[in-house]
Ligand binder design. Structure first.
Ligand code: ATP
Length: 232
């Protein structure tokens, strides 16, 4: 479904992502693991169209995303590490704005916003300005905007980062539910999160992909996991 081929991206002279290739099948939940600075966010931003690669290609169902921003908008949902929101906007106002950005037509918009509010359990917070929400609720708003228009591919950048244990549990449950209808890539540096949610793990070290394995095979790669600092 998603094919990432020889992706490379530098910041100045520093190579943040170095010749990374992987493929994802429809319905898989992929964990993108690596310590801080390994290149996870850079890869996610490139796939989501927020950053250009220096080299390489990303394609969805055989169609290159590099030249198809419209395809990206239609089929991809992205929860960035830090949601670029207007803090004074209420949750309802923000989701309305996000639905416009997704290009949802007026006749579909209201029903779609209702659906994502229900899915993320945000109905009690609709009139709350985003700046008044806890980190857990802000992340739910982030997921709500990401799943607008039912994207085929969901990219979640450290979805449980900064959440307390209860919020983390809620977010993991939400991801499991969402993943029934979408293919998901989630980045994390918590191995336990990958164990709880993912079918496959990709481990990045200093911008390079050092492991791509199904979860059941991962027990044999403990040494590598320790080396890449990915233990909880
Ligand atoms: P984290 O878990 O901290 O978010 P990450 O695995 O997502 O880390 P990236 O954010 O992709 O890693 O960063 C990869 C490397 O590129 C890091 O060394 C980072 O300092 C560097 N980097 C990222 N963005 C920029 C930028 N805009 N300018 C310069 N260097 C950058």
């Amino acid at each position: 479904m998603l094919n990432v081929s020889q992706l490379t991206r530098s910041y100045g002279n520093f190579i943040a992502v170095n010749n990374v290739s992987f493929s994802i099948k429809k319905g898989e939940i992929i964990g993108l693991l690596g310590h801080n600075g390994a290149g996870k966010t850079t890869i996610m931003k490139i796939i989501s169209g927020y950053l250009e690669a220096d080299k390489g290609e990303v394609s969805l169902d055989g169609i290159s995303l590099n030249d198809n921003p419209k395809l990206l908008q239609q089929h991809l949902g992205y929860l960035p590490e830090n949601l670029p929101v207007y803090p004074e906007m209420t949750v309802a106002e923000y989701l309305d704005y996000a639905a416009d950005l997704k290009g949802l037509k007026a006749d579909k918009k209201v029903a779609e916003i209702k659906r994502v509010i229900k899915a993320t359990d945000l109905s009690s917070k609709l009139l709350a300005p985003i700046q008044t929400l806890s980190r857990g609720y802000k992340q739910r708003v982030g997921v709500a905007q990401a799943i607008l228009a039912n994207p085929k591919l969901l990219i979640l950048d450290e979805p449980t980062n900064g959440l307390d244990p209860e919020q983390t549990q809620h977010m993991r449950q939400l991801i499991k539910e969402i993943a029934q209808d979408a293919t998901v890539i989630l980045s994390t540096h918590i191995m336990q999160e990958v164990n709880a949610l993912c079918d496959r793990a990709l481990i990045l070290k200093a911008g390079q992909l050092v492991l791509d394995e199904k979860l059941d095979a991962l027990q044999h790669s403990q040494q590598l996991i320790v080396e890449t600092d990915c233990q909880d």
